[in-house]
Design a protein around this ligand. Structure first.
Ligand code: ATP
Length: 820
């Protein structure tokens, strides 16, 4: 396909493989950028009348842009860096703004958004305390009218008089960090049912109807389960003894059921899954809204029938009046002073349950933290705007009319206006940003190398064979007009091609050594028809894992019939909640009730057989499809690792810094998106006597923590091999100064995030990144798609001059990916 191919970043295939990610809103601009107000000087003529307030605020923010703020000495254990002082001043001014109290802190990963947020909490501590003490003095509450975000009447008194589930041991003594342990027996569904019963009982006994019945609570931090601990640690480590915040880690099956308990803490840290489970989803206006806006953009001015409108109103009313507390957990039954979404790209798809649930949280101030708020499409901004209540863009129709459609009509002016809109609500600095000509942070440089690997003759022949068969299949679907119906099968074919670039064995679709086989005993107890039905589901190859949005690796099916990657669902069950994450399914899951096709086959026939998509062919290439075969990519990675390990740390001048580095061994992190590839790599690492640790989604958080600590501190351990899905967020791994990416992800920002585990504050050495790709394969085309995504994101932030337009992945894109 020609270079002139239009930008096509999609909600659909872009959704492939991108859901775990976020990072440097990609914009690894090689050119340094000076913060300047001029970008935001969108012409007033671009703005409609109800956007004047936004425009005025944008102008004001330009003048405040370089202001700094700080905390009194002794509050934090570290001094704020210059850009963090600027962030603090901006965040405080945003919280005091009448228009939209909060915003998006979108600094690059590793620039210290966590520390900036802790500084904000401390800076505004007296305001938060005042808010929290309002409950004890309701008259004062009414006079202050603090909770503007609370929409008023609720029919249910949510204060249980006697809560059997409340944690008796936890106290708010000002210093404690509490995490109730997980109990399999006390499941969330049980708790929800119980809380519903209670709420009904109170409601029928004629309890009060005022929103004031909700306790006022402090700051809620919502983050992925994998970084809960890191938040708790940072809150403990970065705050001085005399200024300690009381922190509750709200997680696990034994967590309190009493909202008043949450209201005792300065900070509550929890996960997105818990919010999704405990907060009734926001009123579903988006579909109607979206439909209208798309109709109107197409020139169809037809209004929705009034009956539809009134039905919607009725539904809204009904939800508001009676359902809210009946469906909700404690987290939804308090009024928060502030809600902070860390790794906020988790809600980038506004239609997801988690995005809606976050919007349903009651809060006075709202923040999104993300190094990569836009990854695939401009629509993602809408989800943040809705959460932030950033009017007039917080309804989809306004967002389309005022932002999306102008970009589609005229990319240059449309993006210019978007930059102005973002100026009010988003603060972003990259590691290359300059303040008064000085880099905001003194990090050693990062060099990214694209290492083109050559296949061996046998590998090339295996790949070409697979590619030809995929092309024929694609053409057959196209000829039959069934491309759309076979979308998931096409993604599976693409997956096999991508995997073949790593190792022929992966492309065979064999289950890796992990993968749900422990469930054989459980499967044997099921009726045969159920087993056959489950086997059909897991083998049909048409499913997409709803956790990572990619074709499942080591597919397993749950008893409720939903298919996931083993790693993704294992991680969810062991580190977060044990309810099935499939849409509208809340069945309780356990590790024993995840079935691989192998386990199910054994139950049916007594013996296992592989059902890989390409298992029938390539007998002649069987020698390269063994786990002992060292593929060209693995060999390339091992060569790099051997060079790193055998090379002295630094050859530069004999400064004190280099002396210090010389005694610290050089270490590397190796990422792959497939645990099967990590298994294969382990074989070669062992052969080469290279000491390593491993981190993937099938490991408990404690084991992961241990692996990271050992990698960071044990001089003998030189390599960390990591799953991109499990290891690209939040972790600090500055012991490594080399990063190897074994394969390409659809979304380049996942790669940036991975790299920034090493390239962050605390890194003292230059960081080298090796991206391994195989020549003349599907990977060339993935590289091209990645560039398109970067161009779109850069345009949105005004970080380069190219205009672009994001749409879903089209049939044309698929043709392109298959080289047709
Ligand atoms: N002012 C400071 N002084 C000392 N260390 C700091 C400071 N600010 C941040 N750090 C450290 O730098 C590292 C990166 O900070 P942090 O995790 O807050 O970055 P982040 O922007 O939230 O990154 P990510 O987006 O990857 O989560 C952490 O180890 C943190 O403790």
């Amino acid at each position: 396909m020609s270079q002139a191919r239009s930008l096509s970043v999609s909600s659909r295939v872009d959704s492939v493989g991108e859901s775990h990610n976020s990072s440097t809103a990609g914009v690894n601009n090689s050119n340094n950028r000076e913060i300047s107000g001029s970008d935001a000087q969108a012409r007033p003529s671009l703005l409609s009348s109800d956007e004047r307030a936004v425009y005025q605020e944008a102008l004001q923010h330009i003048s405040r842009e370089k202001k700094e703020d700080d905390l009194p000495e002794g509050v934090l254990t570290v001094s704020l860096l210059k850009h963090q002082k600027m962030a603090l001043a901006w965040m405080v001014s945003k919280e005091n703004s009448s228009h939209c109290a909060g915003g998006i802190l979108a600094d690059d990963q590793g620039l210290g958004k966590t520390v900036s947020t802790i500084a904000l909490i401390q800076k505004q501590r007296s305001q938060q305390s005042e808010f929290m003490s309002v409950d004890s003095d309701r008259l004062k509450y009414e006079a202050l009218n603090l909770d503007e975000d609370d929409e008023g009447e609720q029919t249910v008194n949510d204060e249980p008089k006697k809560d059997q589930g409340a944690s008796s041991s936890s106290t708010a003594d000002g210093t404690s960090i509490v995490e109730p342990s997980v109990s399999q027996s006390n499941t969330v569904p049980d708790k929800m049912a119980e809380s519903k019963k209670k709420a009904k009982a109170y409601s029928s006994s004629g309890s009060t109807t005022r929103s004031m019945a909700r306790p006022a609570a402090g700051t809620l931090i919502v983050c992925p389960a994998s970084i809960l601990k890191q938040w708790a640690n940072e809150l403990a480590d970065k705050v001085s003894e005399g200024a300690k915040l009381s922190v509750l880690v709200y997680h696990g099956g034994l967590r309190t059921k009493d909202p008043r308990e949450l209201a005792k803490y300065d900070v509550v840290v929890t996960t997105y899954t818990i919010v999704a489970n405990e907060v009734p989803k926001q009123i579903a206006d988006d579909d109607t809204d979206r439909k209208n806006s798309e109709e109107s953009s197409a020139g169809n001015k037809r209004k929705p029938p009034s009956s539809a409108k009134s039905k919607y109103k009725k539904k809204k009313k009904k939800l508001k009046d009676s359902d809210f507390d009946l469906d909700s957990g404690p987290i939804a039954r308090v009024r928060w002073f502030r809600v902070v979404l860390d790794e906020a790209q988790t809600i980038k798809n506004y239609r997801t349950l988690v995005a809606r649930a976050c919007c349903g949280l009651r809060a006075k101030r709202r923040w999104c933290l993300s190094g990569t708020p836009i990854q695939n499409a401009i629509d993602e901004l809408f989800s943040y705007f809705r959460f932030l209540k950033y009017d007039p863009y917080s309804t989809f129709s306004s967002f389309c009319t005022m932002i999306k459609h102008p970009i589609a009509r005229d990319a240059v002016h449309g993006y210019k206006k978007l930059q102005a809109v973002l100026k009010v609500v988003l603060l972003r600095r990259t590691k290359e940003t300059l303040i008064n000509g000085v880099p905001i942070i003194n990090l050693p440089p990062k060099t990214i190398n694209l290492n083109k690997v050559d296949f061996s003759r046998e590998e090339r022949s295996f790949y070409l064979n697979l590619e030809e068969r995929s092309r024929q299949q694609f053409k057959a679907f196209a000829a039959a007009g069934t491309l759309k119906q076979n979308y998931a099968s096409i993604l599976l074919m693409l997956l096999r091609l991508r995997q073949a670039c790593d190792h022929p064995l992966l492309a065979k679709g064999n289950q890796s050594e992990y993968g749900g086989d422990g469930s054989i005993e459980m499967a044997k107890k099921l009726p045969k028809e159920v087993v056959i039905d489950l086997l059909a589901k897991v083998e049909v190859g048409s499913a997409v894992c709803s956790l990572c949005n990619d074709t499942p690796e080591d597919a397993v099916v749950t008893l409720c019939g939903h298919v996931f990657c083993y790693q993704c669902i294992h991680e969810r069950i062991t580190t977060d909640e044990n309810m099935c994450p499939a849409h509208n399914c809340n069945k309780t899951l356990s590790l024993e009730s995840l079935f691989s096709s192998g386990a199910l086959r054994i139950c049916i026939s007594g013996k296992s057989s592989s059902a890989g998509a390409s298992s029938s062919a390539d007998d002649e290439s069987s020698s390269i499809s063994q786990s002992s075969y060292i593929s060209s990519k693995i060999q390339a990675a091992i060569d790099i690792l051997n060079t790193i390990i055998n090379t002295d740390a630094l050859t530069e001048s004999d400064t004190m810094e280099s002396n210090r580095n010389r005694v610290t061994p050089v270490k590397a992190i190796v990422f792959s998106q497939w645990t099967g590839m990590l298994d294969l790599l382990e074989f070669s690492l062992n052969m080469n006597l290279i000491q390593y640790r491993r981190l993937d989604g099938t490991m408990s958080l404690n084991l992961r923590d241990k692996a990271v600590k050992e990698f960071n501190t044990d001089p003998e351990v030189r390599v960390m091999i990591m799953s991109l899905k499990a290891g690209n967020l939040g972790l600090n791994m500055v012991a490594a100064c080399h990063v190897i990416l074994l394969d390409l992800w659809w979304n380049p920002y996942a790669e940036d995030q991975a790299v920034d585990r090493a390239h962050r504050i605390g890194q003292t050495r230059p960081v080298t990144v090796s991206r391994l790709t195989v020549k003349d394969t599907v990977e060339d085309r993935i590289l091209a798609l990645q560039e398109e995504k970067r161009a779109m994101v850069s345009s949105a932030f005004g970080e380069d001059k190219s205009g672009g337009h994001a749409t879903r992945l089209t049939v044309e894109d698929l043709r392109y990916l298959f080289g047709i």
